[in-house]
Design a protein around this ligand. Structure first.
Ligand code: ZN
Ligand code: ZN
Length: 368
């Protein structure tokens, strides 16, 4: 939807950084099994594949559906491509790649293989090497977004802003939650999104007391809080935004107070975000405002999460987080108050961490 061409992606810079991480871990190689990790490292968007990253070579092993696509997407990168048409052929190819590399140990992305796959890798693919469960190596690199990635997340956020500006006009028309969710999703696609970043949440009235309510066929009435939590995906990168809106005046003073408290909490959280600040510290900033209002036990989830190729990724912005925020991280700040039988309020922005603070990427005003 933005006229300027997207900032080019710098895939070529990523494999050397992964090799540095492998060096630090004492791993001579890594089998990357997570599809978002493969996409991050190579740009490959197929739904199946394994990326072998060794000291002196990298190789994508995928199947016959993706031979043309892999050639196109990996063009210019120093990554070889092998196509295995059958499972047996892929096993043979994988085994040959690792035998040829002469490594004795091989990292395997533990969070991205099933137990069955691990057994298969250990017995059939790589019986000759020691498989080491590797966790979070590529995800650690993905925390810091480069300009190409930030540009795409900003575009996804702009699409969501524009979709809400359109869909707002429908709010007073007595639509159901599901109809409003569909209107948002359709607008995002029309405005250039790959699709929604995740299943759009529209929660009206007492349903708004459930943080992850599924849109139902309940009509939206006047004076009810309506929690809209949605985002777009653009070129694989996601945005995440929540606004709480209503038609007419909010029905009860308690809900009006909840809106004011959550807005203040969310602003305090955004103000706390900066390079070098702990994720837990941002959570504390949000929680302190809500606790002071007497609703500490009604803020029932963490404050936020990283956003990128996945809708939930590192770093974590929660009380239990051990992550520190750094320049180039993209995170959400999304406190909420949930009052069973009454309703709920959540406000969320996606922000990019800067040296001195942060820059919001979701721009829709909060005083809708
Ligand atoms: Zn959200
Ligand atoms: Zn979120």
């Amino acid at each position: 939807m933005q006229a300027a061409p997207p900032t080019p992606m710098d895939h070529a810079a990523r494999l050397p950084r992964l090799r540095d991480s492998l060096e630090r871990e004492g791993l001579p190689g890594l089998v990357v099994a997570g599809l978002a990790n493969i996409r991050y490292l190579t740009g490959f968007t197929g739904s199946a594949g394994l990326l072998f990253v060794l000291r002196d070579k990298a190789l994508l092993l995928t199947d016959g559906r993706y031979s043309t696509q892999a050639e196109e997407q990996l063009g210019g990168l120093d990554v070889d491509i092998e196509i295995g048409l059958s499972a047996a052929e892929r096993t043979r190819l994988g085994r040959r790649i690792v035998e040829g590399s002469r490594v004795g140990r091989l990292g395997l992305e533990a969070a991205h293989v099933t137990w069955a796959a691990q057994q298969d890798f250990a017995r059939e693919w790589f019986p000759q090497v020691e498989l080491i469960p590797a966790v979070g190596l590529v995800e650690g690199l993905r925390m810091s977004k480069d300009p190409g990635e930030i540009d795409r997340i900003a575009r996804a956020a702009a699409v969501a802003d524009a979709a809400l500006a359109e869909a707002r006009a429908l709010l007073a028309g007595g639509l159901t939650e599901a109809e409003l969710a569909l209107a948002l999703d359709t607008a995002m696609r029309r405005l250039g999104a790959d699709g929604p970043a995740f299943d759009t949440i529209v929660a009206a009235g007492t349903n708004a007391a459930e943080p992850h309510h599924r849109p139902s066929h309940r009509s939206i009435g006047e004076g009810e809080p309506v929690v809209l939590d949605f985002g777009a995906a653009v070129d694989g990168y996601r945005s995440d935004m929540t606004r709480t809106v209503w038609v007419g005046d909010l029905a009860t003073p308690e809900l009006r107070r909840a809106v004011a408290v959550v807005a203040e909490s969310q602003a305090a959280g955004v103000a706390a975000v900066a390079d070098g600040v702990a994720g837990a510290e941002v959570d504390r900033a949000c929680r302190a405002v809500i606790a002071a209002a007497g609703w500490g036990d009604r803020f029932v989830h963490g404050t936020g999460h990283g956003v990128g190729l996945d809708i939930h990724e590192a770093p974590s912005v929660a009380a239990t987080s051990t992550d520190t925020l750094h320049r180039g991280h993209v995170v959400t700040v999304e406190p909420g108050v949930y009052l069973p039988g009454v309703g709920g309020v959540r406000i969320e922005d996606t922000v990019v961490v800067t040296e001195a603070g942060c820059r919001p990427l979701t721009m829709t005003p909060k005083d809708l």
